[in-house]
Design a protein. Structure first.
Length: 294
């Protein structure tokens, strides 16, 4: 017994530091487990609150680690002179740390503003850049970056400070309904009214199409699907149908299905969808005159 007590007294500092570190990991583990159970039982686990809850989980977890490791380091005597030296050069150290941590702190601060202002949240469908095609569904918002899952099941990882300065198209913000344009060109010789009726009928009978008319619109006789001539092109008349769906995913499916069904109906009804044609003429080479000496 005396041997054990003497060993404890001899290695008291080491045991104390190890205990603090292990306790830190244990407290963080217990917190995450308890937090997830509370989150699963909560009735307010919609996407809006889920974004805030997951961000708070990461923020509190990293705070526990920082507090625990800082307290463990403060218990080591030989680090106290180092701490005093650091304090002596606090100005230079603060500048160095500021430059080194500028980007990391910027990402954390941007993440906090994203969670507070909510320009997007988890499970939102966003587009970052129409030219590069960076688009997908927000999968996670961490302290440092935002994870987006694109439609090829790849993850796009973007620093919070970068995405917070981007112009975003959020298909799920406020009102998830989406209007998709169904544009088709028909020939100048076709029956224009028949073509417009076919397009309206195919959009209207699709199961994913929704009616966005108000009671006043219905009373005034506004059609459920509007089709209009939008351009007179070189070889075709461009028709556009306005197709509404309850979200962007269903809007994409609706557009694909309607384009196919309209093409099949046009073929049956004799409506021609023109395509560019060119006639190439070759000029015969001029006959070479015989130059005879006189």
């Amino acid at each position: 017994m005396d041997t054990i007590i003497s060993l404890i007294q001899e290695y008291e500092l080491t045991i104390k530091v190890i205990f603090i570190i292990l306790s830190t990991f244990f407290i963080a583990f217990i917190f995450r487990r308890a937090y997830k159970k509370v989150l699963e039982r909560s009735e307010r686990t919609d996407d809006d609150h889920l974004t805030t809850y997951k961000f708070l989980e990461k923020l509190i977890t990293i705070t526990i680690y920082l507090a625990g490791f800082s307290y463990a380091i403060s218990q080591i005597p030989f680090l106290k002179p180092v701490a005093q030296s650091i304090l002596a050069g606090a100005g230079i150290f603060a500048i160095a740390v500021g430059f080194a941590a500028q980007q990391a702190l910027g990402n954390i601060i941007s993440g906090v503003f994203i969670v507070i202002s909510k320009p997007y949240k988890i499970n939102d469908r966003i587009t970052l850049d129409e030219t590069t095609g960076l688009r997908g569904i927000v999968e996670d918002i961490s302290l440092r970056h935002t994870v987006i899952r694109n439609f090829e099941n790849q993850r796009i990882i973007i620093p919070n400070s970068l995405i917070s300065n981007q112009v975003l198209v959020n298909s799920s913000f406020e009102d998830p309904k989406v209007c998709r344009f169904v544009d088709i060109g028909v020939s100048y010789s076709c029956d224009l009214d028949l073509a417009k009726n076919i397009m309206a009928d195919e959009v209207e009978k699709h199961p994913l199409n929704i009616d966005v008319r108000t009671p006043e619109d219905i009373e005034n006789g506004m059609p459920r699907v509007t089709v209009r001539v939008v351009a007179m092109l070189e070889s075709s008349i461009s028709l556009r149908a306005w197709a509404w769906a309850d979200d962007a995913a269903n809007g994409f499916i609706l557009t694909c299905d309607v384009l196919e069904s309209i093409k099949k109906r046009f073929d049956k009804e004799g409506i021609v969808i023109p395509f560019p044609q060119r006639t190439i003429s070759y000029l015969k080479p001029a006959a070479q005159s015989d130059n005879k000496e006189i």
